[in-house]
Every structure is written in structure tokens, then in C-alpha cells.
Design a binder for this molecule. Sequence first.
Ligand code: KG4
Ligand code: ZN
Length: 330
Amino acid sequence: MSVVLAIETSCDETSVAVVKNGTEVLSNVVATQIDMHAVFGGVVPEVASRMHLEMLYPVLTQALEQAELSSDELDAVAATHGPGLIGALLIGVSSAKALSLAWDVPYIGVNHVEGHLFATFLERPELEPPLVVLLVAGGHTQIVHVKSLGNYEILGSTIDDAAGEAFDKVARYLGLGYPGGPIIDKLSIEGDREAIAFPRGLMNGSFDFSFSGMKTSVVNYVRKFPDAANADIAASFQEAVVDVLVKKTLAAATKVNANAVCIGGGVAANSRLRDRIAQDCSEAGLDYLVPSRAFCTDNAAMIAAAASWRLALDGADELDGGAYPSLALV
Ligand code: KG4
Ligand code: ZN
């Protein structure tokens, strides 16, 4: 089929990957900026753009080296063109378009969320739609019904905070640091997940999510019991979030008769979510995929996977395409 080099710079990870035939990862280099942003307690867009500019060339060089390929062996260059931070996206898009001209290969602009969906096929290329994919990250929380490749239906999404945002806000409130997801995940190991029965939001049969009420419950609980152990609060909060994510995803999979359940996005790196998906899907007799953590968090391999498929289906994009911060999946 093709060898695609993809660039991902939508948020705070500078990543370049080379993928053959849509699923064979020849390299996937990720330079994270987390430490740069941690001191500010969140991603600072201007800092992100500057870091992408600084890191892109070394990351690109490393990706080609690891793939043991030279630029004349590539069939296309792709970049995430949305959604994301405008300045950060523009670094990847402009670079990919320049490389497309310099190397005389087609350019493909990729939707970041479609990239997360395609991460599934990097490890299970044989999976056939219909699939139900739970996408949980800092910026998005959605249950997506992949009816066929390119044909998606959003079954549910958050009506307030994204799941990752809720983890980050609770961690900040507890004074644990940033980003909150991995910190709460680690701290929860020492805590009792049944210590506090935080409310589960919107368990009314809909596939939408609400996390801001859970966050407020944590605040109210700490006000009432200032001496409560952070580990118990973290474990109980994580359990409430995971419980809702897993129950709704499985209900959605049953409703649309999905062949398998998959997860993606930064929060899909969460240990408890990964265990519960495996456990609950096994009990329900549903096939499932819990991808490697490296393919859950932002990476360019998933962008290359989506680009290979888009190139085969729709052909290349024009070089006058831009970056689209609010690009939707459907
Ligand atoms: O997909 P991602 O890297 O970037 C976005 O597209 O947003 O996701 C980042 C989010 C952050 O909110 C972070 O706290 C959360 O994913 N996250 C986690 C874990 N690792 C990252 N949340 C819970 N448990 C984790 N282990
Ligand atoms: Zn993402």
C-alpha cells in the first residue's frame, strides 16, 4: 500500500511516526512537553507552539532514522489539522505541507479524533466494524459508534468537563500536581475505592456524561472531612468516573451489537479503567481491545494510520488547507 510519515502537534506532545500499509509502525517518536507546562498547572498554548517548533526537527530526524528510511522512500506526509490549539496545529500543518513540496509527495490533513479511533487498528488490524470506541482525553469524552470506516455516530459525549479534565481539576484541588490523571491513578493504589460513595452522574439510560457534579462532591466531601486521606478520595473518585465510563460503554456496545469495545485517549492509560474494561467485557462475552498506553496518549502513529486510509479513500489534500481548532468528527 504505502509508507506514510505523520506529524502530531495538536496539544503538548510533539510526535512523528512512520507507518507502512496503515498498521505496521516503523517508528513512533514522542517528545512530551509535560514538564514545561506542569509549573503553570496546565498547557500554556504559546509555550506549546514554541516547543513544537524547537522539537519537530530532531523528532522528525529520529523517526526517519528509527524507520531506517530516507525521505525518498515515503509515499505521503500527513499532519493533524484539528481539533487542537491553533498555534500548535499550525506548526505541524505548515511543516507537513513544506515537506510535501520538498519531497514531492501528497499531503493529508487528519482529524485528531479520527486518529484516536484508528489507534485501534495498529494493534488489532483484523477488527471489523461495527465497533464501539470510548474516547477519553483531556479535551474530549465520547462514545463513538464506528459503523464502518469513516462512518461514525457519536452515541454520547460529556455535557460539561471531559474525563481527563475532571481528573486534572480534582488533583489540582487536592494539591497533588499536574497532570492529575496519572497522579490520581498512582495514588489510588494505596487507597480504598469503596471508602466514599461519590455520585455517578447521568445514570439515566443516556450515553452522555457529566463529571462536574462528581468534582463538586469531592470538594464538598473535603470541606466536611478535612482530615480524610487523599488516597481514599483519589481511589473513590477514580472508581466513580471509571464506573460510569465502563457501564455506559458496555451498554452502548450491546445496543448497537458491536463486534468489539475499544478505548483510546489519555485517560485510557488509567489502570483501573483498563482493568474494568477487560473484566466487564469478559464477563459480558464482548471482544475488547485495551491498546498499549503509547497508542492511547497522543502519538503520530495513529495519525499515520488514519492518513493511510484517508489517502486510499479520498486521495491527497490540497496544500491550501489550514488548521481547524474546533474540527468535529462528524
Ligand atoms: O489524549 P491526551 O494525551 O491529550 C488530549 O488530547 O487531551 O490526554 C491527556 C489527559 C489528561 O487530562 C491526563 O490527566 C489524562 O489524559 N491521563 C490520565 C492518565 N494518564 C493521562 N487520566 C487518568 N489516568 C491516567 N493514567
Ligand atoms: Zn488526543
